[in-house]
Design a protein around this ligand. Structure first.
Ligand code: SF4
Ligand code: SF4
Length: 234
């Protein structure tokens, strides 16, 4: 199945049209939807920003802004309510500032995670552009069940062009990963189980995807903050 986030119709921070990516993926995988010959179920998802809904799936396509916002200081005072913009940043990277004698904002680029959340309340903080807004592919997520803890997606391909309306580069990588999984996994192995068995080095070897030090991403802070069962905890 493919799930996608709301995108341009209902949300204010999308960096792409998630439903368009889904349509192009469904077309590319049409025969596999009909044949249902994957080793186990495959959840695909697409997300149009990096920080809110979506994302957890066997294979997730997620927007990836690659640089902090560029601020048009001449417009900030006229267009933006600065406290709202400061409050919007999930990592407290935005501060009020005086620039050329005018009230404006500044971004601590070391803290900024390039999420794009500051753009809707303040369009002069431009982040989305063809050169720096890309798509990334994460794999190996699944929910917990009676037999196992959840697993979290890991980054395996980044910097793919946000190439509407058919996203051919994204579809090529998605298809490559799924066909390798289909050919190599044992019956009933989910994508995460398959990678667990063969290991990450062989995943990259078998798919032919280039590996860099920025991939996989095992953030240690997640251990303390993420649920590892179906129970809701407060
Ligand atoms: S993924 Fe982000 S941009 Fe897309 S609908 Fe959800 S919150 Fe909005
Ligand atoms: S892009 Fe995100 S993290 Fe960076 S300043 Fe804007 S809201 Fe904060």
């Amino acid at each position: 199945m493919v799930a996608h986030t709301q995108g341009w119709l209902h949300c204010d921070i999308p960096g792409t049209d998630a439903s368009g990516v889904v349509k192009s993926m469904m077309d590319a995988l049409y025969e596999d939807f009909k044949a249902e010959e994957m080793p186990n179920r495959v959840h695909l998802s697409t997300s149009c920003c990096e920080i809110n809904c979506g994302g957890q799936a066997d294979l997730a396509v997620i927007v990836q802004h690659t640089k902090p916002p560029t601020i048009n200081h001449d417009l900030v005072a006229n267009v933006c309510e600065r406290p709202t913009v400061v409050a919007r940043c999930p990592v407290a990277a935005i501060r009020p500032a005086l620039v050329n004698g005018k009230p404006s904002l500044e971004v601590d680029e070391k803290k900024c995670i390039c999420c794009g959340a500051c753009y809707p309340p303040c369009p002069p903080m431009q982040i989305n552009d063809p050169e720096h807004s890309k798509l990334a592919i994460w794999v190996g997520g699944k929910n917990s069940n009676a037999r196992g803890k959840p697993t979290f997606v890991k980054l395996v391909a980044s910097g793919l062009p946000n190439n509407a309306p058919r996203w051919p580069e994204v579809n090529a990588v998605v298809k490559n990963i799924l066909m390798t999984y289909k050919a190599d996994a044992r019956p009933w192995e989910r994508l995460a189980d398959w990678i667990d068995r063969i290991g990450w080095p062989r995943f990259f070897e078998k798919t032919g995807l280039p590996f860099t030090k920025y991939l996989i991403d095992d953030w240690r802070g997640s251990r303390a903050t993420l649920n590892s069962s179906n129970h809701v905890r407060f």
